[in-house]
Design a protein around this ligand. Sequence first.
Ligand code: GDP
Ligand code: MG
Length: 270
Amino acid sequence: MIEVATRTSHPRSRGERTKRRQRHQNMSKEKERQHAITVKIALSNEKNGNYILKQEQKAAAKHEHLYKILVIGELGTGKTSIIKRYVHQFFSQHYRATIGVDFALKVLNWDANTIVRLQLWDIAGQERFGNMTRVYYKEAVGAFIVFDVTRAATFDAVVKWKQDLDAKVQLPDGSAIPCVLLANKCDQPKEGLVNNPSKMDEYCKERGFTAWFETSAKDNINIEDAAKCLVSKILQNNKMINSNESSNDLERFTLDGRNQREQKSKTCGC
Ligand SMILES: Nc1nc2c(ncn2[C@@H]2O[C@H](COP(=O)(O)OP(=O)(O)O)[C@@H](O)[C@H]2O)c(=O)[nH]1
Ligand SMILES: [Mg+2]
């Protein structure tokens, strides 16, 4: 019985052993497979991570700016026409004074690393009152004041618009926001000081205008150049503000450092 039992049990245990060996082999194969998968995932995560990192680096390298720009001046000087020409490459003789505030967005690929979005604020109707509310001016970083070269009265009103602008909005350091003067409808006969460019230069310098341009929304003259001039002044201001901020940080850091050293020496002295 024992013999039989031994004989019968022997092949079974051998079989079991083989099965166990196979199971073991299978398990280590499975482990290897899982390990391979883990490595694959880790590699693809790393690849993904690198990709995301690269995308983030790319985004960080691209500077994007959104600037609020005001377009102000007397009624009928061509503010809406200038914006329409600049943003939509369109001009219409049909004069339609809308009521409220209109916005138009112009996107500029300034350089390989800089995108500038200009949010152009057009007034419609309120220019009758000769000034705007503080809310309208809030957070503007640049402005165009427009007059009509065929009507000298619209040029006389420029000073009032500049004063209103400077009183209601300033840069963080308290200085005036850049403002470009547009002598619009230059396709028409001109009236007044605008006929004397050097006097106009003087006028602009005295009153703190960044520059002035003769423009025509009708014939598409100088509008792009005027906008480029304003944007480069804004970017310049931006750089200055940023570098002031970082030098302030540096100052704070060195001051803190000095304070720490002084405190340390005092402690040491004690
Ligand atoms: N000849 C000429 N007419 C213009 C020019 N720009 C605007 N206008 C006309 O002037 C009128 C007033 O223009 P608009 O843009 O509505 O002025 P806003 O009240 O300042 O917005 C409209 O009839 C326009 O067609 C321009 O450059 N040349
Ligand atoms: Mg208008």
